[in-house]
Write a protein that binds this ligand. Sequence first.
Ligand code: XMP
Ligand code: MG
Length: 183
Amino acid sequence: MKAEQLHGDLTRVLFTEAEIERRIAELAAQIDSDYAGKEPLLVGVLNGALMVMADFSRALASHCEMDWMAVSSYGAGTQSSGVVRILKDLSVDIKGRHVLVVEDIIDTGLTLAYLIQNLQSRGPASLEVMTMFRKPEALKGAVVPRYVGFDLPDEFVVGYGLDYAGRYRNLRDVGTLAPHIYA
Ligand code: XMP
Ligand code: MG
Protein backbone atom coordinates (compact mmCIF):
# COMPACT_ATOMS: atom_id res chain seq x y z
CA MET A 1 0.00 0.00 0.00
CA LYS A 2 0.94 3.63 -0.49
CA ALA A 3 0.87 6.46 2.06
CA GLU A 4 -2.07 8.18 0.35
CA GLN A 5 -4.11 4.99 0.67
CA LEU A 6 -3.90 5.20 4.47
CA HIS A 7 -6.30 8.15 4.80
CA GLY A 8 -4.68 10.02 7.67
CA ASP A 9 -3.02 7.21 9.64
CA LEU A 10 0.32 8.95 9.13
CA THR A 11 1.36 12.33 10.53
CA ARG A 12 4.02 12.70 7.88
CA VAL A 13 5.92 10.74 5.28
CA LEU A 14 9.63 10.70 6.04
CA PHE A 15 10.86 8.70 3.05
CA THR A 16 8.97 7.93 -0.13
CA GLU A 17 9.20 4.70 -2.04
CA ALA A 18 11.31 6.46 -4.70
CA GLU A 19 13.76 7.86 -2.12
CA ILE A 20 14.15 4.44 -0.53
CA GLU A 21 14.74 2.85 -3.93
CA ARG A 22 17.44 5.41 -4.80
CA ARG A 23 19.23 4.94 -1.48
CA ILE A 24 19.12 1.14 -1.80
CA ALA A 25 20.75 1.44 -5.23
CA GLU A 26 23.56 3.58 -3.77
CA LEU A 27 24.18 1.13 -0.93
CA ALA A 28 24.18 -1.81 -3.34
CA ALA A 29 26.76 -0.13 -5.59
CA GLN A 30 28.97 0.55 -2.56
CA ILE A 31 28.66 -3.01 -1.29
CA ASP A 32 29.24 -4.51 -4.75
CA SER A 33 32.53 -2.64 -4.77
CA ASP A 34 33.52 -3.38 -1.15
CA TYR A 35 32.78 -7.11 -1.50
CA ALA A 36 34.21 -7.61 -5.00
CA GLY A 37 35.21 -11.29 -5.35
CA LYS A 38 33.86 -12.19 -1.90
CA GLU A 39 30.27 -13.35 -2.46
CA PRO A 40 28.79 -12.20 0.85
CA LEU A 41 26.26 -14.12 2.91
CA LEU A 42 23.43 -11.72 3.67
CA VAL A 43 21.79 -12.47 7.01
CA GLY A 44 18.35 -10.92 7.28
CA VAL A 45 16.73 -10.35 10.64
CA LEU A 46 13.07 -11.31 10.47
CA ASN A 47 10.46 -9.94 10.20
CA GLY A 48 11.40 -6.32 9.67
CA ALA A 49 14.27 -6.84 7.23
CA LEU A 50 12.10 -8.64 4.70
CA MET A 51 11.58 -5.64 2.40
CA VAL A 52 15.14 -4.33 2.68
CA MET A 53 16.55 -7.77 1.89
CA ALA A 54 14.29 -8.25 -1.14
CA ASP A 55 15.15 -4.87 -2.65
CA PHE A 56 18.79 -4.67 -1.61
CA SER A 57 19.75 -8.18 -2.74
CA ARG A 58 18.18 -7.58 -6.17
CA ALA A 59 19.98 -4.25 -6.50
CA LEU A 60 23.35 -6.00 -6.17
CA ALA A 61 25.15 -6.73 -9.43
CA SER A 62 27.22 -9.52 -7.82
CA HIS A 63 26.37 -12.93 -6.44
CA CYS A 64 25.30 -13.27 -2.83
CA GLU A 65 23.63 -15.86 -0.63
CA MET A 66 20.85 -15.18 1.84
CA ASP A 67 19.90 -16.67 5.16
CA TRP A 68 17.59 -15.56 7.95
CA MET A 69 17.40 -15.28 11.70
CA ALA A 70 14.42 -14.46 13.84
CA VAL A 71 15.01 -12.99 17.27
CA SER A 72 12.74 -11.59 19.89
CA SER A 73 13.50 -9.13 22.65
CA TYR A 74 12.00 -10.10 25.95
CA GLY A 75 9.88 -7.35 27.43
CA ALA A 76 6.74 -5.69 26.24
CA GLY A 77 5.91 -2.61 24.26
CA THR A 78 8.17 -0.58 22.04
CA GLN A 79 11.19 -0.63 24.39
CA SER A 80 14.04 -3.02 23.71
CA SER A 81 15.25 -4.94 26.78
CA GLY A 82 18.54 -6.25 25.44
CA VAL A 83 17.63 -9.80 26.44
CA VAL A 84 17.29 -11.65 23.19
CA ARG A 85 15.91 -15.04 22.33
CA ILE A 86 16.69 -16.78 19.05
CA LEU A 87 13.40 -17.93 17.51
CA LYS A 88 14.96 -19.13 14.27
CA ASP A 89 18.64 -19.72 13.76
CA LEU A 90 20.64 -19.69 10.52
CA SER A 91 20.48 -22.72 8.24
CA VAL A 92 24.09 -22.46 7.11
CA ASP A 93 27.47 -22.50 8.84
CA ILE A 94 29.03 -19.03 8.65
CA LYS A 95 32.57 -20.10 9.56
CA GLY A 96 34.94 -18.45 7.09
CA ARG A 97 32.13 -16.57 5.34
CA HIS A 98 31.85 -12.85 4.69
CA VAL A 99 28.68 -12.10 6.61
CA LEU A 100 26.66 -8.95 6.12
CA VAL A 101 23.76 -8.57 8.56
CA VAL A 102 20.80 -6.82 6.94
CA GLU A 103 18.64 -4.90 9.40
CA ASP A 104 15.56 -2.74 9.04
CA ILE A 105 16.23 -0.40 11.95
CA ILE A 106 18.64 0.11 14.82
CA ASP A 107 17.12 1.85 17.81
CA THR A 108 19.05 1.26 21.05
CA GLY A 109 21.20 -1.31 19.24
CA LEU A 110 20.75 -3.83 22.06
CA THR A 111 19.25 -6.47 19.82
CA LEU A 112 22.03 -6.05 17.32
CA ALA A 113 24.78 -6.11 19.95
CA TYR A 114 23.58 -9.52 21.09
CA LEU A 115 23.30 -10.78 17.53
CA ILE A 116 26.78 -9.62 16.56
CA GLN A 117 28.35 -11.22 19.61
CA ASN A 118 26.57 -14.46 18.83
CA LEU A 119 27.56 -14.47 15.14
CA GLN A 120 31.15 -13.44 15.87
CA SER A 121 31.59 -16.54 18.05
CA ARG A 122 30.92 -18.72 14.98
CA GLY A 123 34.11 -17.59 13.25
CA PRO A 124 33.06 -15.64 10.13
CA ALA A 125 35.82 -14.28 7.88
CA SER A 126 34.21 -10.85 8.28
CA LEU A 127 31.08 -9.50 9.91
CA GLU A 128 29.48 -6.16 9.04
CA VAL A 129 26.06 -4.60 9.36
CA MET A 130 23.86 -2.77 6.92
CA THR A 131 20.75 -1.10 8.32
CA MET A 132 18.14 0.78 6.35
CA PHE A 133 17.25 3.10 9.24
CA ARG A 134 19.04 4.29 12.34
CA LYS A 135 17.67 6.21 15.31
CA PRO A 136 19.68 8.73 17.39
CA GLU A 137 20.06 6.32 20.36
CA ALA A 138 22.03 3.94 18.14
CA LEU A 139 24.93 6.39 18.02
CA LYS A 140 25.66 5.54 21.69
CA GLY A 141 25.60 1.79 21.01
CA ALA A 142 28.39 -0.75 20.87
CA VAL A 143 27.78 -1.86 17.30
CA VAL A 144 28.61 0.58 14.54
CA PRO A 145 26.85 -0.36 11.30
CA ARG A 146 29.14 -0.09 8.30
CA TYR A 147 26.25 0.87 6.01
CA VAL A 148 23.28 3.08 6.93
CA GLY A 149 20.40 3.97 4.65
CA PHE A 150 18.86 6.90 6.50
CA ASP A 151 19.07 8.49 9.94
CA LEU A 152 15.70 9.00 11.59
CA PRO A 153 14.34 11.39 14.19
CA ASP A 154 13.58 9.77 17.55
CA GLU A 155 9.99 8.88 16.68
CA PHE A 156 8.20 5.62 16.10
CA VAL A 157 8.01 4.96 12.38
CA VAL A 158 6.18 2.44 10.24
CA GLY A 159 6.39 1.12 6.71
CA TYR A 160 8.89 -0.74 4.53
CA GLY A 161 8.90 -3.74 6.88
CA LEU A 162 8.37 -1.78 10.10
CA ASP A 163 5.10 -2.44 11.88
CA TYR A 164 2.82 -1.12 14.55
CA ALA A 165 0.81 -3.96 16.13
CA GLY A 166 1.51 -6.10 13.08
CA ARG A 167 0.26 -3.54 10.55
CA TYR A 168 1.93 -1.23 8.03
CA ARG A 169 4.81 -3.54 7.07
CA ASN A 170 3.45 -3.54 3.53
CA LEU A 171 3.41 0.25 3.30
CA ARG A 172 5.80 1.27 0.51
CA ASP A 173 6.81 4.55 2.15
CA VAL A 174 8.06 5.22 5.68
CA GLY A 175 6.31 7.65 7.99
CA THR A 176 5.31 8.55 11.52
CA LEU A 177 1.98 7.31 12.84
CA ALA A 178 -0.76 9.74 13.82
CA PRO A 179 -1.47 9.79 17.59
CA HIS A 180 -5.07 8.58 17.17
CA ILE A 181 -3.72 5.22 15.97
CA TYR A 182 -1.99 4.65 19.31
CA ALA A 183 -5.02 5.66 21.36
P1 XMP B 1 16.93 -2.06 19.45
O1 XMP B 1 16.49 -0.98 20.40
O2 XMP B 1 17.39 -3.30 20.15
O3 XMP B 1 15.58 -2.45 18.72
O4 XMP B 1 17.92 -1.53 18.45
C1 XMP B 1 15.51 -2.74 17.40
C2 XMP B 1 14.16 -3.31 17.09
O5 XMP B 1 13.13 -2.51 17.69
C3 XMP B 1 12.06 -2.33 16.80
N1 XMP B 1 11.90 -0.89 16.53
C4 XMP B 1 10.97 -0.33 15.75
N2 XMP B 1 9.99 -0.89 15.02
N3 XMP B 1 9.28 1.25 14.32
C5 XMP B 1 9.14 -0.08 14.32
O6 XMP B 1 8.24 -0.57 13.64
C6 XMP B 1 10.24 1.91 15.04
O7 XMP B 1 10.32 3.13 15.01
C7 XMP B 1 11.14 1.04 15.79
N4 XMP B 1 12.18 1.31 16.60
C8 XMP B 1 12.63 0.10 17.03
C9 XMP B 1 12.42 -3.12 15.57
O8 XMP B 1 11.82 -4.40 15.65
C10 XMP B 1 13.91 -3.29 15.61
O9 XMP B 1 14.39 -4.45 15.00
MG1 MG C 1 14.25 -5.81 13.33
